[in-house]
Design a protein around this ligand. Structure first.
Ligand code: FES
Length: 65
């Protein structure tokens, strides 16, 4: 499912970023370009939702090891 239509970001993209250690709001904003022109900014305002997905991804990678 898409979590950001402006940048075409899916839930799995965010979980994968979390697995790579990208779980902080500023890291996610930078990685996915949420503050670049052409982005509506809705995702940046609701960044906690992306953080939750990233943390889920990071947790899943810990469990798989
Ligand atoms: S929907 Fe993500 S920046 Fe617009």
């Amino acid at each position: 499912m898409y979590v950001c239509l402006c940048r075409g970001i899916t839930e799995s993209d965010v979980r994968e970023a979390g697995r790579a250690g990208c779980v902080m709001p500023c890291q996610l904003k930078a990685k996915f370009g949420l503050k670049q022109s052409g982005s509506c900014g809705r995702c940046a305002k609701n960044i906690h939702e992306l953080v939750e997905l990233a943390v889920q991804g990071a947790s899943a990678s810990t469990v798989e090891r």
